[in-house]
Write a protein that binds this ligand. Structure first.
Ligand SMILES: NC(=O)c1ccc[n+]([C@@H]2O[C@H](COP(=O)([O-])OP(=O)(O)OC[C@H]3O[C@@H](n4cnc5c(N)ncnc54)[C@H](OP(=O)(O)O)[C@@H]3O)[C@@H](O)[C@H]2O)c1
Length: 293
C-alpha cells in the first residue's frame, strides 16, 4: 500500500518513541503507519472529546496545545522524535497555532531527548514566481501575512537543528486523498465562473505520499527543506476540466477581466526528495470513480 519505501522497523531501532503533535487528516494516517511499524506512538489533540476516536491508532493520546510549555515539556520529555502536523482552525489563528507551537518547541526541546523534528509545511511560502518552477533553493516570497507566519514557523523550527537533532521541513502541495477527493474539493465550483484565466499551476500531493514521505524522512533522518508534490502539475483550468469531465459535472468558466487573487503562482519541483530516494506512490492525479456512480 505504501510503495517501496519500507524498512523502518529494522533500520530505526534507536528511534522508538514518536509523538504526533496535531493528529488530523495527516497525523492519523501517519500514526497508523508508525504503530504498524512497531513504534511507540503518542498522538495529541486539543479536543478532549476526540480522545476515544484516536485511542485505536496510538499507544497514548494526550490533550495538549502546542503553545502550552508545561504540557509540551511533559509530552516530549522522554520521546525520540516529533512530527508537527498541526493545522490552524481558521485564518485568524495562524500565529497562535503554527508560530506559537514552533516557539514553544524551541523553548522545551533543549530539556528533552528529541533527535528528530518533522514538520508538514506548505508550498504557499514560495508566493508568486509568475508560474515558474521553484526548488528548495528558490528564495521564498510570501504574499500574505499568514504565509509569512508559515515562513517564520519554518525558520524557527530550522533553528532547532543540532548535530544530534535533525529538522525536516516538508513543503506540501494541496492535500487530497480518500475523504478529501478532488471531486469533493471542486464539486461546488462546477458550472461557476471563476476569476482569472486559470493558467496558474496547481500543485497537489496525495495523502499516501504524505504518509510515505514522512515515514521516509523519519527512517532516513532527512534534514532541511523538501518539497512534496506529485509529478503532474497542470494549470487550474486543465485540472478543473479534467475533474468536471471525469465526474460529468458542468464545466467551469473563467473571467480573465477580474484578476485571480490566489496568493501563490509557482510550479513546485519535487526533484530533491526523489533524488534523496523517495518514490512517489501517486505521481499523477488520483481520480477515483465513486462506487455509487
Ligand atoms: N490542506 C492542505 O491542502 C494543506 C496544504 C499544505 C499544507 N498543509 C498543512 O498540513 C498540516 C496537516 O494538515 P491536516 O489536513 O492533517 O490538518 P487537520 O486535519 O486540520 O488537523 C489539524 C490538527 O492540528 C491540531 N491543532 C490545531 N491547533 C492546534 C494547537 N494550537 N496545538 C496543537 N494542535 C493543534 C488539531 O487538533 P484537534 O484534534 O483538537 O482538532 C488537529 O488534530 C497542516 O499544518 C496544514 O497547514 C495543508
Amino acid at each position: 500500500m505504501y510503495g517501496e519505501n519500507r524498512g523502518e522497523t529494522t533500520l530505526m531501532q534507536d528511534i522508538k518513541r514518536l509523538v504526533i503533535l496535531g493528529c488530523g487528516y495527516v497525523g492519523q494516517r501517519v500514526a497508523q503507519r508508525w504503530l504498524e511499524a512497531g513504534f511507540q506512538v503518542t498522538v495529541t489533540t486539543t479536543t478532549p472529546e476526540k480522545v476515544p476516536q484516536l485511542e485505536p491508532i496510538a499507544s497514548t493520546v494526550t490533550v495538549v496545545r502546542g503553545d502550552d510549555p508545561d504540557r509540551m515539556q511533559q509530552l516530549l520529555a522522554d520521546q525520540d522524535g516529533v512530527l508537527v502536523s498541526i493545522g490552524a482552525p481558521n485564518r485568524q489563528e495562524y500565529r497562535g497555532t503554527y508560530l506559537a507551537t514552533a516557539q514553544t518547541l524551541a523553548q522545551v526541546l533543549p530539556h528533552t531527548a528529541i533527535q528528530q523534528v518533522i514538520y508538514t509545511g506548505s508550498f504557499a511560502v514560495y508566493g508568486n514566481h509568475g508560474g515558474h518552477w521553484v526548488t528548495e533553493e528558490t528564495a521564498i516570497a510570501p504574499t500574505t501575512d499568514n504565509n509569512q507566519i508559515l515562513a517564520d514557523t519554518e525558520q524557527c523550527l530550522l533553528q532547532m537543528a543540532r548535530p544530534d537533532r535533525s529538522v525536516c521541513i516538508l513543503r506540501l502541495g494541496g492535500i487530497y486523498g480518500p475523504n478529501r477527493e478532488l471531486l469533493k474539493i471542486f464539486r461546488r465550483v462546477a458550472g461557476a465562473t471563476l476569476d482569472g484565466d486559470g493558467h496558474q499551476p496547481s500543485n497537489w500531493v496525495h495523502i499516501d505520499d504524505i504518509v510515505g514521505a514522512i515515514a521516509f524522512a523519519q527512517q532516513h533522518q532527512l534534514s532541511g527543506i523538501y518539497n512534496l508534490v506529485q509529478d503532474t502539475i497542470i494549470s487550474r483550468r486543465e485540472l478543473l476540466e479534467r475533474v468536471c469531465q471525469t465526474y460529468n459535472l458542468p464545466p467551469v468558466q473563467w473571467n480573465p477581466v477580474v484578476p485571480s487573487n490566489r496568493p501563490h503562482n509557482v510550479k513546485v519541483s519535487n526533484q530533491k526528495i526523489k533524488t534523496a530516494g523517495y518514490r512517489l506512490i501517486h505521481p499523477d492525479f488520483w481520480l477515483p470513480i465513486p462506487s455509487d456512480a
